[in-house]
Write a protein that binds this ligand. Structure first.
Ligand SMILES: [Zn+2]
Length: 419
């Protein structure tokens, strides 16, 4: 018999109350004695966490299954199988000494949302899936988005990249030890989806500082990573007068200041960072003949991203020219922005308004599985605040009532789209 509105609301409250305890429960798998959670791909802690989630899915009437990459899916089969599947979820792996929320929040929320919807309304029209993705961070192997990539076809377990972890264990060994891989009893995870929605902590300070509860993500920024080398001349720090020097480090310092100034002038959401600098020979009594520094530049609009990058390159070249030095510029990474689906953005925004939740639309400066799915199907992301903007750290925290708000938005969107 169909439940009354009062009954479904009461039931939703019960599931909201489970959110925080369930995150604490999941954080025991891989709890790091040094602090936080270290749950790296295919380690025993990671396998145990997936198994525990699979049990939970089964207990709540979801059809739980693994794929060869180790992604875990809890499926709620719809009554109209001709309609494309809607998936929600996030990643189960963490960085070393990471927090309890990054990835885990979206996984736990997805499982609870489907369990709630099933109990409250029975089977949906459109099939729903809660995903606990194998790997996103690339913390054990340099394989960011390995989990989602195995679903969309970016990766395939039958062609394992030849990579090793810091102990020299290969991916092939690790995947087999965990019970997955091309020879495991599971099938390939590759499939097409009708939509993907991911609930995630913001990992930044924008929502907290603007006192908003929900961030509706407009897209995941594109990125350029560049290695810059400035070449002058090494010489004696005592005998070379100041006017006759070709000091690459002093020149690089001016360039770094120019990066900051120009990025501030360009305005949000452009960000530009110099995160590493290496002078050669790097000795206190020698003028640095060459200095290398890195540039990380991100923007949601690829045209503006390229424009800024080109302008910066000319500006740095002009500084080098004036100082009589050579500039070497090498682009090492180029990732294009992935925009979230405009209809889904609007639907999420409307849910926030109907529920009087203070919200804003914002880009994501960090990468997420949604950018992999976003290349295959309409995708969206919901952010909740991160205390002090801290993430990838044992201090990562989002208050239970903030976790609940994101969960409500996710659940409502899934209900109105799938039922
Ligand atoms: Zn994450």
């Amino acid at each position: 018999m169909a439940k009354t509105t009062a009954q479904t609301s009461a039931l939703l409250e019960q599931y909201c109350d489970q959110l925080h305890p369930m995150l604490e429960w999941l954080a025991h798998y891989g709890a790091d004695p040094q602090g936080g959670v270290s749950r790296l791909l295919y380690t025993p802690e990671w396998v145990q966490a997936q198994k525990a989630l699979a049990q939970y899915m089964t207990k709540h009437g979801l059809d739980a299954f693994y794929d060869q990459a180790g992604n875990l899916t809890g499926r709620l089969i719809g009554t109209a199988p001709e309609l494309p599947t809607i998936a929600t979820g996030s990643h189960i792996d963490t960085v070393i000494m990471g927090g309890k929320y990054d990835g885990a929040y979206g996984v736990v929320a997805g499982v609870l949302a489907l369990a709630y919807l099933k109990e409250a309304y029975g089977p949906p029209k459109r099939t729903l899936e809660a995903l606990s993705l194998a790997e996103e961070e690339g913390s054990r192997f340099p394989l960011t988005y390995w989990g989602s990539g195995n679903i969309t076809g970016k990766y395939d377990v039958s062609e394992l990249p030849h990579v090793q972890d810091r102990d020299g264990i290969t991916l092939a060994e690790a995947i087999e030890q965990a019970g997955f891989g091309a020879n495991s009893p599971y099938t390939s995870g590759r499939r097409s989806l009708g939509a993907y929605i991911e609930l995630h902590i913001e990992q930044g300070c924008v929502l907290e500082r603007s006192q908003q509860q929900i961030g509706v993500v407009t897209g995941i920024v594109g990125q350029r990573r560049i290695e810059v080398r400035v070449t002058g001349e090494s010489n004696h720090a005592g005998t070379t007068p100041m006017g006759w020097r070709s000091d690459s480090l002093a020149c690089a310092a001016e360039m770094i200041t120019a990066v900051r100034r120009s990025a501030l002038a360009a305005g949000d959401p452009l960000v530009a960072t110099v995160g590493n600098i290496q002078p050669y020979p790097g000795v206190s009594n020698v003028i640095a003949g060459e200095t290398m520094f890195t540039l990380d530049i991100r923007h949601l609009d690829h045209i503006l991203l390229d424009q800024y990058t080109e302008q910066l390159r000319s500006e740095l070249a002009a500084i080098a020219d004036r100082e009589g030095m050579t500039l070497f510029w090498q682009e090492n990474l180029r990732a294009e922005p992935v925009l979230m689906n405009p209809d889904m953005i609007q639907e999420l925004q409307q849910i926030c308004e109907e529920n009087s939740m203070p919200s804003r639309q914002m880009p994501s400066g960090a990468g997420h599985d949604a950018q992999i799915f976003g290349m295959m199907c309409p995708s969206a992301m919901i952010f909740v605040p991160s205390r002090d903007g801290i993430s990838h750290n044992p201090l990562e925290y989002t208050a239970p009532e903030e976790l609940v708000q994101g969960f409500r938005v996710l659940t409502q969107w899934l209900y109105q789209t799938a039922y």
